[in-house]
Design a protein around this ligand. Structure first.
Ligand code: ADP
Length: 523
């Protein structure tokens, strides 16, 4: 096929070398799996970050269907020094979507590798390829009537378990810390070797998805949020579907209530009485995901004032904070736990409890209950309409599960967002000891002035939180280099030493989490 000169090239690669690489990719994968025309790349080019799409434009995209093809791609990349950016389904919205961390990287799209390799209803695990979506796995479990429950992020249906685990995402069930539930990976390394973690290297072993640690160093974590390999299979544990599931919400009137809520919750979470990743969502998160129209409340371009937040609360019955949790087990277990939990809330003397019976089909209760019971949905996309214009960047600092700390973080984030004319749209996802404080920095990307404000705001959030000893657990591709610096030089030295050892040609996702042999000069 006659090629136009490609307007986007990988860093340091000439047009002639790039053409040679494309030819080799075509010979390996077939014409139809090598996408290099700008129109073919549109689906991989759209980001939601505070920067032009151009800054993260890919030079080409490859779709592959087998592990052997992935090995072949890696071989060609080494030969021509072509950087590749692997994606599973590329739905990492608010963290970079499908686009590469650096302009010019070639997307390695794994979505055609979408086989569910095994679901074991006795041992309660799944082994899947990168392109398997949560919806696909959910349908498989339902069609085969398996007594298993999924855990996923929101919105979940179209994303993949593998991609979510690779970015260390979280969900809302008792298995909500997804990387903790991962067991066994297959990884294509930069030299083309196929490495299996845990028990996976033992010939004939049937415990690859059963026992994580294997023997000697255990390296699974090293491949997450990293660029040391392309993961082609992943195993993870599934929770047995409980006979009784009891979701509930507790609505709190005042912002300051966060202190008491978290103090009351922590012992219930650490003891396992409340087993799931509880969510505490603020009023704007509730309003956005229930598709309350921002324009109904204010037409101003700045942040939503506190009086309006109170008005939304009065009009909709939503709280300043809205806590969602659930109990799981037999009727006897749930009854016993409910007594403990409901009495703890009563002792607190604030908060209005809403049960499933009272909520009926009302949103956002309905989709929250679905998330906590493993039923995929897309309801949370409603957040993107709150402000409109397609800008969204997650700011996700880690906090102690301590009331005073959560309040301090909430106040700090709100002050900085308001200073830049943006809203504080936030939820806390409650681990036993930690909180993922997740703030959706929403902005109108069609408005350059607002986009510049969002960019400055995100930088200030990172800087000001760092001064207090806080850092984020995950971040979009625009800020990965910046965030890597928060974690110290020794960590970065080690990460680059590993990179040099495993990927000396720097072909796998250079720049991912700030790891890039080309720009990191400390040898
Ligand atoms: P999802 O399928 O859940 O939408 P993505 O495909 O967007 O997830 O991937 C999320 C992140 O994980 C991206 O930064 C991507 O580079 C990385 N990633 C995805 N799949 C793989 C893989 N198979 N191997 C290594 N990294 C991956």
């Amino acid at each position: 096929m006659a090629q136009q000169n490609n307007p986007v090239l990988p860093r340091g690669v000439t047009q002639a070398t790039f053409e040679k690489a494309l030819e080799a990719f075509r010979a390996l994968l077939g014409e139809e799996n090598v996408l290099a025309q700008p129109s073919q790349l549109t689906p991989y080019s759209k980001v939601m970050m505070s920067v032009e799409n151009d800054a993260h434009a890919p030079s080409a995209a490859l779709t592959v269907s087998s592990v052997e093809q992935v090995q072949g791609v890696v071989r060609i990349c080494n030969e021509h020094k072509i950087p590749i950016w692997p994606i599973s389904t590329g739905r990492n919205f608010g963290y970079g979507s499908a686009a590469p961390v650096q302009r010019g990287q070639v997307i390695l799209d794994l979505k055609k590798m979408n086989r569910i390799l095994k679901v074991d209803p006795d041992m309660c695990y799944a082994l899947v390829e990168p392109g398997v979506t949560y919806q696909q796995l959910y349908d498989y479990i339902e069609e085969n009537n398996l007594p298993l429950m999924l855990s996923f992020p929101a919105p979940s249906a179209i994303a993949s378990p593998l991609g979510n685990i690779m970015d260390r995402g979280v969900g809302y069930t008792p298995y909500g810390e997804h990387f903790m539930m991962q067991c066994g990976m297959e990884v294509v390394l930069a030299n083309g070797d196929i490495y299996r973690t845990g028990m996976g290297g033992v010939k004939g072993s049937n415990t690859w998805q059963i026992f994580k640690w294997g023997f000697g160093p255990t390296l699974d974590g090293m491949f997450t949020q990293a660029n040391y390999g392309i993961v082609t299979k992943i195993g993870f544990w599934l929770m047995p579907k409980p006979p009784v599931f009891k979701p509930f919400e507790v609505i709190f009137e005042n912002e300051e209530d966060i202190v008491d809520i978290v103090e009351m919750l922590r012992p219930l979470r650490i003891s396992g009485t409340i087993p799931n990743s509880v969510v505490i969502a603020n009023v704007l998160w509730e309003a956005g995901s229930a598709n309350v129209r921002r324009q109904t409340y204010t037409t101003e371009s700045g942040h939503t004032p506190d009086e309006i937040l109170k008005k939304i609360q009065r009009d909709t019955g939503m709280g300043a904070w809205n806590l969602y949790a659930a109990l799981y087990g037999t009727q006897e277990q749930v009854d016993a736990d409910w007594k403990i939990v409901s009495e703890a809330f009563k002792r607190l003397g604030k908060g209005r409890i809403v049960t499933q019976e009272e909520a009926g089909d009302k949103q956002p209760f309905k989709y929250r209950a679905q998330l906590m019971s493993g039923v995929p949905n897309l309801q949370e996309f409603g957040l993107y309409n709150w402000r409109g214009g397609g800008g969204s960047m997650w700011f996700a600092p880690v906090s102690e599960a301590r009331g005073s700390e959560c309040e301090k973080q909430a106040r700090l984030a709100k002050r900085i967002l308001h200073k830049h004319g943006l809203d504080y749209v936030a939820e806390f996802i409650v681990g036993p000891r930690d909180m993922h404080h997740v703030v959706d920095v929403l902005f109108d990307r069609t408005n350059p002035e607002e986009t510049a404000r969002a960019d400055a705001c995100f930088n200030e959030l990172l800087d000001e939180f760092e001064k207090e000893g806080y850092a984020v657990y995950r971040v979009n591709t625009r800020f990965q280099e910046r965030v890597a610096r928060s974690y110290g030089t020794v960590k970065r030295d080690v990460e680059h030493a590993i990179k040099r050892a495993l990927d000396p040609n720097n072909i796998l996702a250079p720049g991912r989490s700030g790891i890039d042999l080309h720009t990191y000069n400390k040898v």
